[in-house]
Design a protein around this ligand. Structure first.
Ligand SMILES: *[C@@H]1O[C@H](CO)[C@@H](O)[C@H](O)[C@H]1NC(C)=O
Ligand SMILES: *[C@@H]1O[C@H](CO)[C@@H](O)[C@H](O)[C@H]1NC(C)=O
Ligand SMILES: *[C@@H]1O[C@H](CO)[C@@H](O)[C@H](O)[C@H]1NC(C)=O
Length: 398
């Protein structure tokens, strides 16, 4: 102890060595590494003496104590590592030398570009679900104090300090009152940096919708326009409604401010079957129960026959006659175009003709089909044939 004191008080001429401490980099950034070197400039000790080195900051030996290495690497330095540094060297003969002190100021990087992110993203949270508000900064070193605020008036929700660029605040189960704007602030000692306001909306999933089919009369008849109305009793707007016939999408309609939506459909015979609709506001689509609809072909027998399977039977019995008649019509039209006195114009059963015609005409050219039907049965039949063509096109598309 006494010896140490004497040595420390040693005047320059009797110093066993001249030491110089250097730091690389000389102005380190917070979070980065720094290397201290204790350089022996001139030594009076013997050449084979094995000096030991020790580094000090503000009168405290740095963690490793005495070591044979003249270098000390600090893997990460923080602002609190700033201070007055020096080094000492000693040999086995206990002759101690000390370097002059150097001041090292660790440079902090101020918090920069603070933003608030929500989980789930977009700020749309289902009632009762978890909301996480993540406050993050692009840059900023050292301990950062994060604070979360609710509403434009800035009700402080939480404050926590972390040595990281992001921190989370969690609301385990949101309620309606959590629909608000939020922001956060981050500060690492250079003044707070504040995020933008982020809106959070608490949403209620759409309930199972109810589909109603409004028919103009008492029965759904071919040619009617029916209104399909779909409505979910609860659910945050906007709600998108989808309409289905036998699981095939007919279309969709949106209710921007809630409520139901409707879709108008013009009936054709094959529109019979089950209808359903779906309500979707982004929180999981909900499907209605199936509503069966039976489309009636108008009371005239012919149409009813068309729609039913009886047609097929007729085809077998009357087919040849009808084909003969039709070919006759077609030829006549091609040759002379004398429709007024055409024998085909007054057949005993135009219904049967049409039915059979429609069903047996496939091999003929479409052009001729069109003409003949017009001649034989007028407008109504025309529409039936047209419809049949549509059906074929549709079948071809599948
Ligand atoms: C600011 O932060 C946001 C969110 O983290 C990031 O997307 C954006 O790139 C940052 N801006 C810059 C200039 O780094
Ligand atoms: C459907 O038709 C009804 C009655 O004709 C009409 O009031 C309604 O606006 C129509 N809806 C749509 C979506 O076109
Ligand atoms: C309509 O739905 C009911 C019950 O969901 C089912 O029994 C019936 O077969 C369906 N009808 C058609 C044409 O798919």
């Amino acid at each position: 102890m006494l010896l140490g004191l004497v040595l420390l008080m040693c005047a320059p001429p009797c110093e066993p060595a001249m030491l110089l401490l250097t730091a690389r980099p000389s102005r380190p950034k917070e979070g980065s590494s720094m290397t201290l070197t204790c350089e022996v400039q001139a030594a009076s000790w013997k050449p084979d003496a094995q000096p030991q080195f020790c580094f000090f900051r503000d009168s405290q030996a740095l963690w490793q104590g005495w070591s044979s290495s003249p270098e000390l690497q600090l893997p990460t330095v923080w602002r609190e590592d700033s201070g007055s540094y020096w080094c000492e060297a000693k040999t086995s003969e206990l002759r101690v030398a000390r370097s002059p002190r150097i001041q090292i100021q660790v440079q902090g990087v101020p918090v920069w570009n603070v933003s608030l992110e929500t989980q789930p993203p977009g700020g749309q949270v289902q009632k009762g679900e978890k909301l996480v508000l993540v406050c993050l900064a692009t840059q900023g070193t050292g301990d950062i104090t994060f604070s979360w605020y609710k509403g434009a008036l800035g009700l402080n929700l939480e404050t926590k300090t972390q040595r990281s660029l992001a921190a989370k605040f969690e609301i385990p189960a949101v309620t309606d009152s959590d629909t608000e704007k939020y922001y956060c602030a981050a500060d690492n000692g250079y003044g707070p940096s504040i995020s933008e306001l982020v809106s959070v909306t608490i949403r209620i999933p759409a309930s199972r919708p109810v589909l109603t089919v409004r028919v103009p009369g008492t029965r759904a008849v071919v040619g009617d326009v029916v209104e399909l109305r779909c409505e979910a009793q609860s659910g945050s707007p906007p709600i998108q409604y989808w309409f289905y016939h036998e699981d095939v999408t007919l279309g969709s309609s949106s209710a921007p401010s809630g409520g139901g939506a409707s879709f108008n459909l013009s009936l054709t015979p094959e529109r019979s079957g089950n209808y359903s609709c779906e309500a979707d506001n982004g929180l999981g689509p909900q499907r209605s129960e199936a509503v069966p609809l039976s489309v009636t072909v108008p009371t005239e027998d012919r149409k009813e026959l068309l729609a039913s399977g009886i047609l097929e039977g007729l085809l077998g019995t009357l087919g040849p006659t009808i084909i003969a008649l039709l070919v006759c019509c077609w030829l006549k039209k091609r040759i002379g175009r004398r429709p007024a006195r055409d024998p085909c114009r007054s057949p005993p059963s135009p219904m049967a003709q049409v039915s059979n015609y429609v069903n047996s005409v496939a091999p003929l050219q479409e052009q001729s089909v069109y003409e003949n039907v017009n001649v034989v049965s007028g407008e109504e039949v025309y529409s039936l044939v047209y419809h049949t063509q549509q059906e074929r096109q549709a079948a071809g598309e599948k």
